[in-house]
Design a protein around this ligand. Structure first.
Ligand SMILES: *[C@@H]1O[C@H](CO)[C@@H](O)[C@H](O)[C@H]1NC(C)=O
Ligand SMILES: *[C@@H]1O[C@H](CO)[C@@H](O)[C@H](O)[C@H]1NC(C)=O
Ligand SMILES: *[C@@H]1O[C@H](CO)[C@@H](O)[C@H](O)[C@H]1NC(C)=O
Length: 323
């Protein structure tokens, strides 16, 4: 691990070379809590969710049209993640409070419909589902969180969990004592994971044959001399070079970290503070899409979708779930 002072110097050095980086706000409704971006190659769309509207909405930014479509889903007031389902063009798995639900949406109309509950996690009424993704084999990895923020009255309560699901073996609780299960991404035979309230990034060995995770270790921490910054780590993705891109909630930035060395390679400033998640996409997979939230009294840009271009790297499209 490397100290933050050291990181600041690295940042000055590397940002001197980031001339071509551009940040643009995309035409999108203002989300209260935009989350869970997933790039779909087939439709050249970015799917994401507004978790916390009066009713949650599922959104689709159509890259070709440069336009975002949004829908609410009847009888599904809460949606926390969205994963397209393999071999379907209009069915998605979304996170409810305890149940992962199959919904149907054509990507354009203002209403989607509930199809069925797929699987259900432990019912703890202070908790709900949060971020989730699939590995290349279509297995589900996702977790729960309590409704309070890290600095709320339940700071010391970590009774959320992290789960995996695959259609042959069903649901498995992979990790307990989680505060807010958040960003997750794979790089080769490694898996990276964020529990926002531990203020660090954990690495696991990932077995692509059976999907199992082992050997948890911390590869980066925001903690310095017992203190943590005002922001927390939120959603995360990785590029083809194996570097991590991490959204910072209340941090006005996306951080790029090399997980092998623990170095902070770059920071990309955004006009909104509550940066919630990131995903690569676009025809060449070289655009970083960024979701944000607009709670409290934030700047006008907050809650919209952004794209960062000129990063001189690429990522991978999202994986669909095999249900
Ligand atoms: C997308 O729409 C926005 C807002 O209308 C506009 O500023 C931007 O140039 C458009 N981008 C493309 C690639 O058409
Ligand atoms: C989880 O934590 C909350 C907050 O303290 C508590 O109300 C709830 O009973 C806990 N549930 C379990 C199953 O531990
Ligand atoms: C999707 O379709 C392919 C080709 O028909 C099949 O091999 C695969 O098992 C299907 N996947 C699921 C999850 O049904």
């Amino acid at each position: 691990m490397i100290s933050l002072h050291h990181n600041i110097w690295l940042l000055i050095i590397c940002c001197a070379f980031s001339f071509g980086v551009e940040i643009e706000q995309l035409p999108s409704p203002r989300s209260l809590c935009g989350e869970g971006p997933h790039w779909d190659q087939a439709t050249q769309s970015l799917y994401y969710i507004d978790i916390e509207g009066p009713e949650a909405t599922i959104l689709r930014y159509d890259y070709g049209e440069n336009k975002t479509y949004a829908a609410t889903v009847e009888n599904v007031p809460l949606m926390t993640f969205v994963l397209p389902i393999e071999n379907s063009t209009d069915e998605f798995l979304v996170g409810g409070q305890y149940a992962a639900k199959v919904i149907r949406w054509d990507g354009k109309s203002a209403k989607g419909e509930f199809v069925r509950d797929a699987f259900e996690v432990d019912k703890i009424d202070t908790n709900r589902f949060n971020d989730a993704k699939c590995d290349a084999a279509g297995r589900f990895y996702g977790g729960t969180m309590r409704y309070r923020e890290c600095n709320g009255p339940f700071t010391d309560v970590a009774n959320a969990s992290f789960y995996t699901f695959d259609r042959d073996h069903g649901l498995k609780q992979s990790k307990q004592n989680v505060f807010i299960s958040n960003g997750l991404t794979w790089v080769g035979d490694k898996f990276y994971y964020i529990d926002s309230c531990t203020h660090d990034i954990k690495e696991y060995d990932y077995n692509s044959v059976n999907g199992e995770l082992s050997n948890e270790r911390i590869i980066f921490t925001l903690r310095e001399n017992g203190k943590v910054p005002e922001y927390i780590f939120d959603g995360m993705t990785s590029d083809v070079d194996g570097n991590l891109f991490i959204a910072t909630y209340d941090g006005y930035k996306v951080m790029k970290i090399n997980p092998k060395s623990g170095e902070l390679l770059a920071e990309y400033k955004l006009p909104a503070g509550q940066i919630t998640s990131v995903a690569f996409g676009g025809p060449n997979l070289d655009i970083l899409f960024v979701t944000s939230a607009s709670k409290g009294s934030p700047p006008a840009e907050a809650g919209h979708l952004f794209k960062i271009t000129g990063l001189e790297t690429k990522g991978k499209a999202g994986n669909k779930i095999k249900l």
